[in-house]
Ligand binder design. Structure first.
Ligand code: HEM
Length: 183
């Protein structure tokens, strides 16, 4: 799949209504009422009333092994399902200590010790997801993560988020804002 670029604009317009904005660690983002998601470009033009802009692009897989790839693909749902009226936008920055590790050391922490991939797999296909990279773009976060699910799966999604935040991998997260949305 060729890279998909996206711009998320927090402000007073857009399809998604902000239900909650919580700073988990690090600097907050300005509180906003709505989120405008523009796929297909790293749009430089911010809409009127925009209070923050987050940009990113999908990229190649860094940590997934061949045998995990097939398992994920088999249960990964598409974005934009009619029933998935809830979303979460969670931008994340990891620490210098994380980026100083070698690729294999990061994989050990992410999957072998924190079980990020196998844990997350248990929440598919209820949750649709997309990971955008933005460290290389000089953005304030390293990643912008996007999730969509039906209202009845909100509690289960929270359970996953709490489990990940309690993991060793999250000791390397130095900035995280959790934005919950509905359309
Ligand atoms: C819904 C179930 C989930 C699944 C199946 C899942 C799966 C994955 C996989 C396979 C990767 C590695 C991608 C690669 O190889 O480069 C990954 C990375 C990542 N995920 Fe998840 N994930 C889930 C939920 C979450 C949640 C809830 C968050 C945030 C709270 C999150 C944050 C991230 C971040 C920030 C990365 C990038 C890590 C890095 O490259 O250092 N994921 N996820």
């Amino acid at each position: 799949m060729s890279p998909v670029a996206v711009s998320f604009f927090g402000g007073s317009s857009g399809l998604w209504r902000v239900e909650a904005m919580n700073t988990i660690v690090g600097e907050a983002l300005p509180q906003v009422a709505r989120l405008d998601v523009r796929e297909g470009s790293l749009s430089a033009l911010e809409p009127a009333g925009c209070r923050f802009a987050l940009r990113g692009s999908t990229g190649h897989l860094r940590y997934v092994l061949a045998h995990e790839k097939g398992g994920l693909a088999a249960v990964t749902p598409p974005l934009g399902r009619d029933t998935a009226t809830c979303a979460a936008l969670i931008p994340i920055r990891k620490s210098a200590a994380w980026w100083e590790l070698a690729q294999d050391e990061r994989r050990v922490i992410l999957q072998e010790r924190s079980k990020h991939i196998s844990l997350g797999l248990g929440y598919l296909p209820a949750v649709a997801r997309r990971l955008y990279h933005c460290r290389e773009l000089g953005e304030p976060f390293d990643f912008v993560t996007w999730f969509e699910h039906a209202p009845e799966d909100s509690e289960r999604f929270d359970e996953l988020v709490y489990a990940l935040r309690a993991s060793e991998e999250w000791q390397y997260v130095e900035r995280e804002v959790d934005i919950r949305l509905m359309r």
